[in-house]
Ligand binder design. Structure first.
Ligand code: UD1
Length: 386
C-alpha cells in the first residue's frame, strides 16, 4: 500500500491536482488490493470562494481532508505557518509520499517539511527556471526541486535545467504538462459558455452594453508583484490599457484581489471603471477563463499558466514579464507568447503586431491530456523496491 498526501495552496495548484486525484482513482479501480491511499491538504493560502471553493466544485476536486487555514501574510508568515501546521499532519498521517505541484509558497513549505520528516517528496511541474531570483516563485522552484526525490518535468527544457544543476537523471521523469489534462477535460463545456453570461455573472459594474461580437476583445490578467505592487509600474500599464488597448478593442479583465487592492491604493480604479470599453470582472472560474482565452483576439498576462493555455489554444499572448520559466510557450519555440516586460512602448508595439497574428495552436510533446496517469505510474514505480 502506498500512502500519498498531496498539497494545494493557491489558485494555480487546483487545476494541477484535479487530474492527479482522478488518476489515483483510476489506478485504484484497476489495481484492487494495491490501492493508493490519498489525502488532500489545502494550506489555505487562497481562501476566497472565487479563488478556491469555486475551483473545487468546478473541477470536481474532493473536499480537502485537512485545511491548514494559513491565509494571507508575508512570505515568511505563510511559509512558516504552513511548515508548523504541515509538520503536525505528517507526524499524524505518516505518508510514504508528499506530492507538491507548481511553485507557490505551499510547494516550498510542504516539500521542505516532508524532507525534514524523512518522507519522500514528488514535485509535479519540476525543472522550470526563469533565472530571475527576484521572483518568489523561482526561489520556491529551486528549493523544492533540490529536496525532491522524484521530479516530474513537463518538457525537455525543464529536464535539461535539472541535469545542468546536477540532479541525478534517475530522479527525473518526463510526464508532460498536467494542466493540459484539465484543459482537455473542460474545453468542450467551456466552449458552450456565452461571453455575455460570463460578464453578467462576474462584473464589478455592469457595462453600458454587452459585446455583440464574441471575438473582438483583449483578455487581460495581471497579478505579479513586479507589475502591480508599485505605482510607477502599474500606472503606465493602466495608461496603455485605457489609452491604446481600449481604443482598439473591448477589454475583459478579471482582476486578482492583489491587483484590486493596488489599483484602489494608487487611485487608478476610476480611470478604468469610467472607460466604457473596459469590462472589469471579479475572479472568474476555470471554464470561464478558458472560454475568454479561446475567444479573445489577444491575451495580455503575467500568469505562467495562461502562457501555456494560450500556446495550446493558439491565442496570441503578450507576456508582461522580462523572462519566463516556460520558454516552450515562446513564439520562437513554436508557442504563441512574446515577452514584453513592463515597458509600455514594447507592450504597445507587440499589442498592435499581435492583432494581425492568426491563431496557431501548438502542442509540445506529451501535452496530450494523459500526464496525470504518467505521474501516478512514476510514483508507483519509484515506490517499488528495485
Ligand atoms: C500567489 C502565488 C503566485 C500565483 C498566484 C495566483 C506565491 C508566492 N505566489 O500569489 O505564484 O501566481 O498566487 O493567484 O505563492 N487575497 C485575497 N483572497 C484570497 C487570496 C489572496 O483577497 O483568497 C489577497 C490578499 O490581500 C493577499 C493578496 O491577495 O495578501 C496576495 O495573495 P497571496 O496568496 O499572498 O499571493 P498571490 O499574489 O495571490
Amino acid at each position: 500500500m502506498i500512502k500519498i498526501i498531496s498539497v494545494v495552496g493557491a489558485r494555480p495548484n487546483f487545476m494541477k491536482i484535479a487530474p492527479f486525484i482522478r488518476a489515483i482513482d483510476r489506478h485504484n479501480a484497476d489495481n484492487k488490493g494495491k490501492e493508493i491511499v490519498h489525502k488532500l491538504v489545502h494550506t489555505g493560502q487562497h481562501y476566497d470562494a472565487r479563488m478556491s471553493d469555486a475551483f473545487f466544485s468546478d473541477l470536481g476536486i474532493p473536499e480537502p481532508d485537512i485545511n491548514l487555514g494559513v491565509g494571507s501574510g508575508t512570505h515568511a508568515e505563510q511559509v512558516g505557518k504552513t511548515m508548523i501546521e504541515f509538520e503536525k499532519v505528517l507526524k499524524a498521517e505518516k505518508p510514504d509520499w508528499v506530492v507538491v505541484v507548481g511553485d507557490v509558497n505551499a510547494t516550498l513549505a510542504c516539500s521542505v517539511t516532508a524532507k525534514k520528516e524523512d518522507i519522500r517528496c514528488c514535485h509535479i511541474e519540476a525543472g522550470l527556471r526563469s533565472g530571475d531570483m527576484t521572483m518568489p516563485e523561482e526561489i520556491n522552484r529551486i528549493v523544492t526541486d533540490r529536496v525532491s526525490d522524484l521530479l516530474l518535468v513537463p518538457d525537455e527544457i525543464s529536464r535539461g535545467n535539472l541535469l545542468s544543476e546536477g540532479v541525478d537523471e534517475h530522479k527525473i521523469v518526463s510526464v508532460g504538462n498536467i494542466m493540459i489534462d484539465t484543459l482537455e477535460e473542460n474545453l468542450s463545456s467551456a466552449l458552450k459558455l456565452k461571453i455575455k453570461d460570463i460578464i453578467r455573472d462576474n462584473s464589478y459594474t455592469m457595462p453600458a452594453s454587452l459585446p455583440e461580437d464574441e471575438t473582438a476583445f483583449a483578455f487581460i490578467t495581471l497579478h505579479r508583484p513586479s507589475n502591480v505592487d508599485r505605482p510607477e509600474t502599474l500606472g503606465p500599464i493602466v495608461d496603455f490599457i485605457t489609452e491604446t488597448a481600449a481604443r482598439r478593442l473591448k477589454i475583459i479583465w478579471p482582476v486578482h484581489p492583489r491587483t484590486v487592492g493596488k489599483l484602489s491604493e494608487f487611485g487608478l480604479m476610476d480611470m478604468l471603471t469610467s472607460e466604457r470599453n473596459i469590462i472589469l470582472l471579479k475572479p472568474v472560474s476555470y471554464r470561464e477563463a478558458l472560454k475568454l482565452n479561446v475567444s479573445a483576439s489577444v491575451v495580455l498576462t503575467d500568469s505562467g499558466g495562461l502562457q501555456e493555455e494560450c500556446t495550446v489554444l493558439g491565442t496570441p499572448c503578450i507576456t508582461l514579464r522580462f523572462n519566463t520559466e516556460r520558454p516552450v510557450t515562446l513564439r520562437e519555440n513554436g508557442g504563441t507568447s512574446v515577452l514584453a516586460g513592463n515597458n509600455t512602448d514594447i507592450i504597445r508595439n507587440e499589442f498592435i503586431r499581435s492583432l494581425s497574428i492568426p491563431r496557431k495552436p501548438f502542442l509540445p510533446p506529451l501535452w496530450d491530456g494523459q500526464t496525470a496517469s504518467r505521474c501516478v505510474k512514476a510514483i508507483v514505480e519509484y515506490s517499488t523496491p528495485q
